[in-house]
Write a protein that binds this ligand. Structure first.
Ligand code: SF4
Length: 227
């Protein structure tokens, strides 16, 4: 059941811009006035339902239940909703952060949103990067900053914790870091994951990532919620 939902979510097909404006995105939450949490300036976080990973300590476990999507919106409906903070965005160099769930599963929606919104808004993507490369290629021209939830670069740790292959993440990260002048736009989150990794694993991940050109890291401890 979960697998077929995932396949539906990641299906990729070209559509015209007219059609794409009719895309309905499954919204988990829209959170306004976030400062210094998810990007530059004043930010509105748009969190989507759906994620291919199954992290043991996921704080947004609800995002996996595609049978209970709180609401779906068109691109224009979302632009109308977030426009209320336009002056804050422009005054603080802020904008929209797409998160989730996994926002790259909504790449067509994000592309269409960015083609329609004020181009002065800063667009940030909070992503695990674990989707087919086509999704990243599609939004890349529009995204100003990336916050990448890397989990751990050790394949065994990663796959045990997320229950998903690391392959797409490695492909996408290599592709992204090969782009010119990308380092300053990328922040990688390096979590300490209880029962999964230790300080030496986190240090090793940091070394591997630094060799790839990553310079901004956010090392932190996971909050473990009792189930
Ligand atoms: S990537 Fe994020 S939303 Fe997806 S399962 Fe992991 S913690 Fe949850």
């Amino acid at each position: 059941m979960q697998q077929s939902t995932h396949v539906d979510l990641v299906r990729f097909s070209a559509v015209s811009s007219t059609e794409s404006k009719e895309i309905l995105a499954p919204i988990l939450a829209v959170s306004r006035h976030r400062l210094a949490l998810d990007g530059n300036g004043v930010v509105t976080l748009v969190a989507f339902m759906g994620c291919p990973l199954r992290c043991e300590y996921c704080l947004n476990d609800f995002c996996h239940n595609m049978d209970r999507v709180p609401r779906r919106v068109t691109v224009q409906q979302l632009i109308d909703e977030v426009m209320i903070d336009n002056l804050y965005f422009l005054a603080t160099d802020g904008g929209i952060t797409f998160g989730g769930g996994e926002p790259l599963l909504q790449s067509r929606f994000i592309e269409s949103f960015c083609q329609s919104c004020d181009t002065r808004w800063n667009i940030t993507l909070e992503t695990s990067l674990n989707v087919p490369l086509e999704h990243l290629e599609r939004v890349f021209p529009h995204v100003n900053n990336y916050i990448i939830d890397i989990k751990d670069m050790n394949r065994e740790i990663y796959e045990k914790y997320t229950q998903l292959s690391q392959n797409n993440l490695l492909t996408n990260l290599g592709w992204l870091m090969s782009k010119p002048d990308i380092s300053s736009k990328v922040t990688v989150r390096l979590p300490h994951i209880p029962s999964y990794n230790a300080q030496e694993d986190v240090d090793r991940s940091r070394e591997i990532l630094a060799e790839m050109g990553v310079v901004n890291f956010d090392e932190f401890n996971y909050i473990v919620r009792k189930k």
